[in-house]
Design a protein around this ligand. Sequence first.
Ligand code: DGT
Ligand code: CA
Ligand code: CA
Ligand code: ZN
Length: 582
Amino acid sequence: MYQNINKELAKIFNNMSHIYEFLDDKFRALAYARAAQIIEDLPDDIRNYVATGKINDIRGIGSHTVDKILEYIKTGKIQKYEELKKLIPEDFLDLMEVPGFGPKTLKRIYEELGINNKKDLIEALKDGRVAKLKGFGEKKVQNMLKGLELYEASKNRLILWEALQIGETLLAKLKQLKEIKNIELAGSLRRRKETIGDIDILVSCDDKDRDKIINYFVNLEDVKEVLAKGDTRASVIIKEKDREVDLRVLKPEEWGSGLQYFTGSKEHNVHFREIAKQKGLKVSEYGVFDAKTEKRLAGATEEEVYEIVGMQWIPPEMREDRGEIELALKKNIPRLVELEDIKGDLHCHSTWTDGFNKIEEIAKFLLENYKYEYFAITDHSKAVKVAHGLTEEDVLKQIEEIDKINKKLGFEFIKKGIEVDIMLDGSLDLPDEILAKLDWVVASIHTHFNRDNTDRIIKAMENPYVCVIGHPTGRTIGVREGYPLSDEIFKVAKETSTALEINAQPLRMDLPDMMIKKAVEYGVKLVISTDSHSLGNFAYMKIGVANARRGWAKKEDILNTYSWNEIKKFIQAKRKKFGVKV
Ligand code: DGT
Ligand code: CA
Ligand code: CA
Ligand code: ZN
């Protein structure tokens, strides 16, 4: 049985959309793109929707699409998709995912240069043939080559969210074996790095149970290929995304030292062992030993491994040798923010713009599934035309709707917000009179990514109504690097009492960890937000918190760990500073 059928279907529908676009069937291209997005964002396994008949009620999924979903669940294939694939050059399907290589572009290159494979395409990009095509030019071609390079590099690494889904699924399956005494994700996944090479899993058990555990692992239905299988470890390729997963089996008395070693990072471990050496100790995955007598001193828990070297236990997210060893020696490791500290989500979109759910639906979902005290609806402003951004008038109407829903709910659960666009000159897309009526204002850049945008962000922070800068660097992992920004933004954020966002969308993770760390050093307040466009997206909070922890953020640094009253004080302090009515 397929584990992640939603994702598989979304991918197929996306590909179908691309092929239809290549074939100039805009209507079908759009319909399948929308279906893909909806399926990707479903909070539950699509088979549950089929079983309950709810599949026929999902907005944006027509009866022809439903037929194809049923066909796929039944046969593992969609006949129409198999036929469509034959209508385009083989290499093009993957290439269409690369930014700058959309179906339209590839079609022109195909028709005007007769190119039908990746190798020839790269050649034509490099020798100037593509640049000469009408509407292309040198700059566009350079961007295409850059996009391809980023795409190839990112193909080898998973983004954190995907890796975490895979890792946790495998963990849950292994946990069914009662022989396993301890089990954890290790490596970069335990450190919650933004991208993951391979997935590492550690378990401990009695020696006699090792074979059983390793055999169970390599025979899981998720496994596509076994790369290596030994006494204490196995490496496999799993079906999902063709990823490598390493399993290591430790003795219970080695659990702590093994977990410490295989969590990494390599840099952290090298520094850790250096300190141990200075103290006459020898550290390996098997334990901590007296360097002279070889006597075993610790190894069963991570805490004792760190303690014997004179350190506090260090949260895995900090283990990058960025100064955490020094802190641990001084017993100064901060208590990092935790998921349970979060009191609300302050960035999400509704059907008013490009979200998939109505405001009331979102409110009910959050009341049922999250222990939040508040959340903010922050739809786009009018400059974002593709999302049908809100005009002044729309904002006023939305305020009315939220008032009505809050009244029904019996308390001000929903905060009235906006994600207002920062224009090229740093001004905002909506006038102050409108912003002043809102509880919460996120200001974001969605255009002009090819310049240093420090000036625009600073100007936006100087608006008294802007509470937070959304996804400050504008990066998309594996697609687009963030635009350049100077440290000036941290200084001005602090001075103006403007928060910076830690956007938890899996491809954004923006601010990135190193910039979070810097923001914390400057004393800037941060907001962890999911930027949800559908109900399933609210779960991203978990990786937002993980990223905050990688930037050493404490509970106090994160604005949405405070009650709404406290947040109001933060907002009012800024308005006072700027001399506007609070
Ligand atoms: P990845 O898989 O590229 O995302 O990064 P990691 O950190 O998961 O690296 P991986 O899977 O090669 O190894 C897992 C951990 O094992 C790593 O974080 C530290 C430890 N480790 C592996 N090889 C070495 C090594 O040569 N020296 C040291 N000190 N530690 C190592
Ligand atoms: Ca790894
Ligand atoms: Ca590994
Ligand atoms: Zn945005």
